[in-house]
Design a protein around this ligand. Sequence first.
Ligand code: ZN
Ligand code: ZN
Length: 957
Amino acid sequence: MLYNEKEEEIIQFWKENKIFEKSVESRSKKNPYVFYDGPPFATGLPHYGHILSFVTKDVFPRYWTMKNYRCERKWGWDCHGLPIESICERALNLKQKNEIYEMGLSEFNEFCRSKVLWYTNEWKNTVERMGKWIEFDNAYKTMDNSYMETIWFIFKKIYDEGYVYKGKKVLLYCPRCETPLSNSEVSMDNSYKDVTEKSVIAKFKLKDNSGTYLLAWSTTPWTLIGNVALAVNSKLNYVKIKVEDEFLILIKSRLDIINENYEIVDEFKGEDLINKPYEPLYQVSVETEKIGHFIIDGGEDVLSDEGTGIVHMAIYGEFDYEMINKYDMPIIQHIDERGYLADGPENWKGLWFKDVDKKVLDDLNSRNLLFNTEDYKHSYPFCYRCDTPLIYNALDAWFINIQRIKPKLLKTNEKIKWYPKEISKRYQNIVESAPDWCISRNRFWATAMPIWICMQCNTIKVLGSVKELQDHAIETVPDDLDLHRHIVDDIHLKCTECGKIMNRIPEVFDCWLESGSMPYAAKHYPFENVDWFKHNFPSDFVSEYIGQVRAWFYYMHVISILMFDEIPFKNVVVNGNILAEDGTKMSKSKRNYADPSLIIGSYGADALRIYLLASQLMRAKDLNFKEEIVKQVYRRFNLLLVNVLNFYSLFEINNLSADNPKSENILDRWIIDLVNNLTRDVTQRLDDYDTGEASKLIINFVEDLSTWYIKNSRNRFKSELLKEKLAAMNTLTYILHNLSKILAPLTPFISEMIYQKLREKNLVKYESVHLDLWPDFDQSLSFPNLSGKMNLTKEIVQKSLELRERVKIPLRQVLNKITLKGVSLEDEFLELVKKALNVKEVVIKNEDVFELTVELDTEITRELKLEGIARNLIRNVNNYRKKMKLSTKNRIKLYFNTEDNEILESISKYQNYIKKMVQADAIFNKINNNRDIRTFKVNQSEVSIYLEVITFKNSTK
Ligand SMILES: [Zn+2]
Ligand SMILES: [Zn+2]
């Protein structure tokens, strides 16, 4: 059976026996471990980033469940906002926002509703295949009425407490989607791209008839049309220079940008320029009483090392807008909401704002108002959904006042445990620089904002539930009212002040307000589950990739402070990003990564899980995904364990037990000590949300188990001494039982395979390892110094094997003696060395040597040669036994033929030893049969053998 299929069989077992449900139900409600799963969009297929989050979010709930906590897990879907809207616009071939109005909001929103859960089946399959346990089918959705009603409740509470205001602010704005985007939306997916554009130094003529021009620099030529002021730094030095017959003014420190010959005719402070009027480059038709086009003091924000020290001001910048307000200048928005030129030169009207750049350059040039232009490379923001270049735009919007709660956010951040720790500081910086939160969107498919305004007297009414709406609405409102815009827009209120009609404002909520409200809205709190909520808030654990630090984590924190003055989560695990092998972004079109289903098909989910969990992703660092390493993990971890399990299955014995076997054998004691220490160390790491170290400890243990313990214990498992065999078997049972539990959170499949093997033998208590309890460290099982001495033993063996390798004497050739210097070890360890190296004697000579040295006596005497031949024969006979599928219970008669005298001598000398090792009752020096003969080479001569299997009556039948 393929490894992949074994895992799928386990998934079936879990499903059929409802193991996940039992793992939750068997734990007391009084002892919860609370976990919030952040809702993803189902508008695309799950990728590696999602798989990483499935795995991280699965490990800790499994771990704490085994520690006897009740961890309820419910899936959720993010259904609203720009991502789904832009997919639907593309599907419907809508290019502009007004086409949505033409189509009808109802039709558009219902189309979004029909598309939003498009890929849920694919998600379910991947979640299940990765071994992530969660209640999937009854997922909460942010478009549920109950979810949206909680959003209303939360908004009303925040509004009533005075945290909400309406204002004009300069925000990043997508002219195609016609909506503002929040800074976090833009920065979380790194929507900035390096672009090369034309920067320009334009000449603004002073209105003093002196023929003097101010040089002002801009990287967005189209904004020059809406210029309202020029800003200088009043404290810095400026110069007036003469170039040919023109006078130019710029900051003194930037004189190096002048390539022509010039003569300085005057030098003065920036303050001498303040309030001087100049001629605008373009006329706009905006009528305003406010006066613009004079020089203002921009203070320290006007830099001396960039541009010309004279900054052009239009509404399209945060600093500009601040200055426009400060100096009470006119607001000129010469670009319409869709990004087209609405004001300025008549024949340019209707041009896309980016196309205006070139027009301005040519036009200024023809009017001799262009000082110079050059290529300018900078990082520019683009819409994360439609890839349109964003602009800064001054917009009317609704805000939550973050500045007022900032001290609380910062203070309570100290209570949050971030993994890795350094994210805490980064988060602190994010909070410190956070602007007020723009929570309104000029879009369609999201929770409608519950604000109504009177057309007559501007009275505002904010509602917090469907019930309140029923109480105030003019129309009849059903209990199950859909709170989407296309429904709620048709409901009106009667103004309590003047009795006239109130309309809902057109805005909908930012979908981050929705996902940030998940702890309450997923449970329809406080309309339902008030009691449940008391025991399930805040959450013990959340996890997402690093982009969510300034997004989901931040918004959850903000809302929870506004609601309860409390942190929403205690422990946060932050993942890095998974990149393609070459370090670039994984991209479907570039085909620079293997499909996750292929990786899982080849190596199984566990190998992928532990590869991710052991990686630097868990320390919030990016990882270049390498299939080769998954393959190595599969070999070094999964296959080794499967081999151990197969080996274990070979032997049958009565009175087997999974309890501490209390064996005297040094290897048994060592591996018990090791698994006990592993329990302690992995517990510590997982308590500290560190899967990286935990995974490495486990991988190393599996290697020790397979390549040292099993390898050097084989003979004891085959021993005819019942006591010796039972000690070995009991020890391995004990190890496998404990190991299956330690593996369970990280690699749930192989852990279950091991556990079920023990369950077949009635050695374990529970139906599944995932219902069992986490093992405890047991002080009484600790043998101090043991592992140190064993490591030394391993080192000696390793060095000696290298020596053998060098002189090319295979391990099965027994040698006389090994001499050790600079070491002291008890006999039981030396005995191990002897067996592992196939030598007859270990001698220790400690004469003035402090460093370990190993000398191997490589002389092959006749004695040794004969012994080597005997072992070689044994190996060949046993291979044949294996081929014939004989078990250790099947006894044989061994017949052989050879002409080699040394072989004959060896067989006669080692007759009894050979019999014992191949389970033979007798050996005959002839073959009187011509079938089933096997021939092989020993001592460079041919030997033929025939095995007669002895059948005997089974006395128990
Ligand atoms: Zn857009
Ligand atoms: Zn009114």
